[in-house]
Design a protein around this ligand. Sequence first.
Ligand code: T3D
Length: 262
Amino acid sequence: MTETVLVTLVDGVLTLTLNRPEKLNSFNEEMHLALRAQIERAHADPAVRAVLLTGAGRGFCAGQDLGDRDPRKGGPAPDLGHTVETFYNPTLRLLRNLEKPVICAVNGVAAGAGANIAFACDIVLAARSAKFIQAFSKIGLVPDAGGSWSLARILGEPRAKALALTAEPLSAERAADWGLIWKALDDETLMTEAAALAASLAAGPTLGLGLTKRLIQSAATNSLDEQLDLERDCQRQAGRSSDYAEGVTAFLEKRKPEFKGQ
Ligand code: T3D
């Protein structure tokens, strides 16, 4: 059977490729579980020092596989609150809480929950040809996979509402201009640049990078005083890491640091 998520672990980079290209990598149950299992592994496995998420074929991810929701098959209406809680929410929480960098290389269209999973990653690079579509309103649904949260926070209400209500495709260039993603890149260079970025982060001081992620994610809900306290606590922890000792030693010895992720 074809794997729904292709997995490699090379030099600390766990590359996860959504692999249902004939369905634009939309989520069926198997792909949900396979992706979640790999993000859980990234939490647990010290050999994983960065995650790179991308899609096989011409799309990144078209959200939920609507073939699995076909009303013509009869039966009671599905409880989508239950499916969101069972499948999307755990993955979103795992991605946000993973104290290791997660890079997303959006290689093509990202629609519905597919777009919002990308926005939950730490650094999003997209091919110039890629588009982000809040497809939910086209089928009578609401944004999920954290989209109502990330769009409203990053873009503010006017743009978030317009994207969600109209389902108008947002180009990669405009997503970068609006601060939703880090960069739009030429299609031919996307994967090389994403892999280089992931490799460079995987060779970094993993503990410090993870604490940095925690700090930045905490800022939106913390007061300045709470954030200053958290910075103090995180700096204390980072300062006790062997990577910090290595970073300072390497600087003083005028050489490149060799971080071990400890
Ligand atoms: O259900 C729950 O648990 C609740 C959670 C919901 C989360 C969600 O994500 S809801 C939103 C679901 N997604 C969508 O509504 C997007 C549907 N897809 C599209 O609108 C379009 O496919 C795109 C705009 C993404 C791309 O358009 P285009 O023209 O580039 O490609 P296409 O021809 O539409 O799609 C190519 C193939 O992929 C096609 O199959 P075929 O005809 O070649 O056999 C198409 O049916 C299939 N495909 C694309 N998206 C999905 C899909 N098949 C199943 N589910 C999809 N979401």
